[in-house]
Design a protein around this ligand. Structure first.
Ligand SMILES: Cc1cc2nc3c(=O)[nH]c(=O)nc-3n(C[C@H](O)[C@H](O)[C@H](O)COP(=O)(O)O)c2cc1C
Length: 188
């Protein structure tokens, strides 16, 4: 698919982020038309009681025209998704959770069957998760969480993890580890 829409969800915080560098190598490899959402600049709002009530009312009315639903609509329509986030506190930066809270809109990215089971509505067939860790990487609360959301709730059947670890540990050559990961991606 030459003109596939690749959504790049960039949750990297540091301007010289190594996670972002690896993610950009992946985007180049994937081709298509990347569309980047820099979460730090996306102006995302947490769900206050007022916003939550308004959102619930609009969802009940099946009215998704409010700009608060724009991120969810964009996520739903992407052909392929790349999420990049550094490994922070066994997980990822809070801005990514805020993004997930914003895009997880019943009726747009997910719905419930009559039996109460979630059914995904997203178009994407694959979600990539890119991360780097200062020490050893344990995927449970970052990639593991995203993978469950993608497969069981958003209807995205395939997920993949790309990670580099031990980048902040003395005796490990961070630059060489990142370069090796990028070379690996270029061979995909
Ligand atoms: C706030 C914060 C929390 C971190 N928590 C962890 C952690 O729990 N485990 C770990 O191995 N590294 C941790 N690190 C180190 C980062 O995972 C590591 O430096 C990573 O490569 C940063 O990615 P970046 O270069 O894309 O910013 C943390 C770094 C920061 C700034």
């Amino acid at each position: 698919m030459q003109d596939k829409k690749v959504l790049y969800i960039n949750a990297c915080v540091r301007s010289d982020s190594r996670t972002d560098r690896i993610a950009r190598a992946l985007l180049a490899r994937l081709g298509g038309i990347p569309e980047e959402v820099r979460l730090a600049e996306a102006g995302l709002q947490p769900l206050s009681e007022e916003r939550l009530n308004r959102r619930t009312r609009l969802i009940e009315q099946e009215d998704y025209s409010d700009p608060m639903f724009d991120p969810a609509r964009q996520f739903q329509a992407a052909d392929e998704i790349v999420v990049a986030a550094p490994y922070w506190d066994l997980s990822f930066p809070a801005i990514l959770k805020l993004y997930l809270e914003n895009i997880y809109v019943t009726g747009l990215v997910s719905e419930y069957t009559e039996e109460g089971m979630p059914r995904g509505l997203c178009r994407a067939r694959k979600l990539w998760y890119v991360t780097t860790a200062g020490g050893p990487y344990v995927p449970d609360f970052s990639y593991g969480y995203l993978r469950t959301l993608a497969k069981d709730y958003f209807g995205i059947p395939e997920t993949a993890l790309i990670h580099a670890e031990m980048l902040d540990v003395e005796g490990f050559d961070a630059e060489a580890l990142v370069d090796a990961k990028i070379a690996e991606i270029q061979r995909l």
